[in-house]
Design a protein around this ligand. Sequence first.
Ligand code: NAD
Ligand code: UFG
Length: 352
Amino acid sequence: MQLKLRRILVTGGAGYIGSHAALALLEAGCDVVVLDNLCNSSKESLARVAHLGGRALNFVLGDVRDSDLLRSIFADKEIDAVLHFAGLKSVGESVGNPLAYYDNNVSGTLKLCEAMSDAGVRKLVFSSSATVYGDPHEMPVSEATPTGSLTNPYGRSKLIVEQFLQDLAISDDRWSIAALRYFNPVGAHSSGLIGEDPGGIPNNLLPYISQVAVGKLDFLSVFGGDYSTRDGTGVRDYIHVLDLVHGHLCALDALQNRAGFNIWNLGTGRGYSVLEIISAFERASGRSIPYKIVPRRQGDIKECWADTAKALAELKWVAVRGLDEMMIDAWRWQSLNPNGYHKAPSRTDSVK
Ligand code: NAD
Ligand code: UFG
């Protein structure tokens, strides 16, 4: 896909989804400026992005809450649009440290919007989450489904940002904003060179399964076997990270001719249970995944999958990669990089 918007600022571009987006932008012919404070990532991911993209990208080490730094980036780099991934994302951590989540996710986005407004850059794609739907009563979940009562600061931080972005777009019709509500991103680039590298013990299902498969963890705890789902375990809409980032390029493309505040679900429209994910991963990896069913995790919902019709109609976007490809790519990344980006050969020459 070729984009007319040429110079893109990617906040959080060293992270899991941001690094895949930075690569997709390089491949689409864009100039990429990454701003990341590396609080949950490493510069090695960007070295690999530049290697895969065959082109250098511009890396600024810094914090999205640093207004002076943002001002200098917008002054120097002639940015056309921003993909805003930077933020904290652990639901459990947000319960123990809410101020860090409101500061980073809410204040960070506020500072970014102020600097964008001052610089006259008014095209923004924001990483929101299906978590804003809370515990929905009906499946699939469409953008018209009411946002739910949220049980954790992480989810509230995403909803607060969506709400003030909507206010901003109403206040000034020169803004073009997309809030993309991700379902469950998984998988990795097919090269196996970039992927998800969680610090410590993973919270999310796929990184946990991957680390069991590679022998770093003994077994998976399946949180709840007594949900009213087809096998008793929780059901989610897992989406390949490459499909997800393609949705961002489609959103950027749409924002060229579309003002206001827009919400799009990014999911596949299909739900899989935890046990189905375990089986699919076993097929992909050839390894067995020992697991134990344990009590439900507090705050978890029974099921969630996307109604994808709005993104199809308005962005001409649809996820094309199936479950097996997600699992094969997740396994390739994990098996080639058992310690993530650590202890890896460095290719930092290509990051400026
Ligand atoms: P990630 O932690 O891998 O990436 C986030 C990046 O932002 C990291 O590189 C981190 O160092 C950087 N960062 C954090 N705070 C920063 C700050 N103040 N200034 C500059 N850089 C900062 O997470 P991810 O999975 O790539 O998620 C990206 C975005 O998507 C996040 O906003 C997250 O909330 C959202 N999201 C993720 C998921 C998911 O399951 N991965 C689901 C829904 C929404
Ligand atoms: N699960 C387990 N064992 C684990 C981890 C997860 O059984 O060790 C189960 C969960 O109970 C759930 C499913 O696997 O049924 C998926 O859990 P994840 O933690 O991978 O994902 P969640 O759906 O709970 O939440 C994720 C992100 C949120 C985001 C949400 C919607 O963590 O930030 O998707 O996008 F908001």
